[in-house]
Design a binder for this molecule. Structure first.
Ligand SMILES: NC(=O)c1ccc[n+]([C@@H]2O[C@H](COP(=O)([O-])OP(=O)(O)OC[C@H]3O[C@@H](n4cnc5c(N)ncnc54)[C@H](OP(=O)(O)O)[C@@H]3O)[C@@H](O)[C@H]2O)c1
Length: 286
């Protein structure tokens, strides 16, 4: 049982809120960090008082019961506010790059590179020795990505002509179709998300030719070991956690509007304020 001090807001949390799949009154949220207040009954997992981060349903809560396989202890030097940004976005970046069979010198295109998944994917791919091409929506949204290891920062896919070996795509729609056409034989597109909300229409014969793959992606199974890798990298300073919006849970609507409005660079982090907890208000759909 974890006493939650911080949660992070993911694009997927907002999708869940409006999906109709989640029953009214259910506790949303996926990323939680805090302190263990009750250890697992079978003796596994961290002890009472341990600082932990978890990928769990119901993260937007005062306390959440977490499977011990879904959490990692947070190194002393890492703030919980930073650790909490890692679960969904960091694990998606790490696992999608792994699924693509990332190797040094591969050309990797990361779309939506200004966002949560994108900023971690750029850094992890660069760390693996890849040539990283970061695609963003505007010049301002591309700021800082070169420092994170991006060799090229593009608006959309403007000017990209050389083939790429891997695409980590969180935008979907026409950009996915364009990225597919740039994919080298043997390469793969990892379809992580679809923030464009637009259909992807492939021209006839676009999928006929030398073997390359479009792979669906979802986070499944125990994430504890990958969370431990990510928290260690962040603690060592080898992975920067950029927090583009940070504030109290009481300002949830402001965080949600900023995320949907493409105004968060990196991650949005909520500090859970114990005294005034109440249900958040979602911004109007749009
Ligand atoms: N499959 C999984 O397990 C998994 C895990 C994590 C995330 N996801 C999905 O991955 C996607 C990204 O998640 P995230 O948490 O990184 O979101 P995020 O932090 O909001 O970042 C998304 C990025 O997408 C771009 N974007 C937003 N709206 C767009 C639009 N209409 N057209 C083109 N680009 C747009 C924005 O970049 P610019 O402003 O620079 O254009 C933004 O920085 C979401 O669809 C999420 O549901 C899936």
């Amino acid at each position: 049982m974890v006493d939650v001090s911080h949660a992070s807001l993911n694009y997927g949390d907002l999708n869940d809120a409006r999906s109709g799949r989640v029953p009214v009154g259910a506790v949303l949220g996926s990323d939680a960090a805090g302190v263990v207040v009750q250890a697992a009954a079978d003796g596994t997992g961290p002890a009472v008082g341990a600082r932990v981060v978890a990928l769990t349903s119901g993260a937007f809560a005062e306390r959440v019961a977490v499977d011990v396989g879904a959490l990692a202890e947070v190194p002393k030097v890492l703030d919980l506010a930073k650790a909490v940004a890692l679960p969904v976005a960091g694990v998606a970046a790490l696992r999608s790059l792994r699924a693509a069979g990332l190797e040094a010198d591969k050309r990797v295109l990361v779309t939506g590179a200004s966002g949560g998944v994108g900023k971690f994917a750029v850094q992890l791919a660069a760390r693996a020795g890849a040539h990283v091409i970061a695609s963003v929506g505007s010049t301002a949204r591309g700021e800082g990505l070169a420092d994170f290891g991006a060799d090229e920062v593009l608006i959309g896919l403007d000017g990209l002509e050389q083939p790429v070996d891997v695409v980590i795509d969180s935008v979907g729609g026409p950009q996915l179709v364009a990225a597919w056409s740039l994919l080298a034989p043997g390469g793969s597109v990892q379809s992580v998300g679809w923030t464009s909300g637009e259909p992807a229409v492939f021209p006839p014969y676009a999928t006929v030719g030398p073997t390359k793959s479009l792979m669906s992606f979802v986070i499944e199974g125990h994430v504890g070991p990958d969370l431990a890798v990510l928290t260690e990298l962040a603690a060592e300073g080898a992975l920067t956690v950029e927090i583009g919006w940070q504030g109290s849970w009481d300002h949830f609507a402001e965080a949600a509007e900023a995320l949907r409005g493409r105004r968060v660079s990196g991650k949005a982090v909520l500090k859970m304020s114990r005294s005034e907890r109440h249900a958040p208000t979602l911004p109007p759909q749009g």
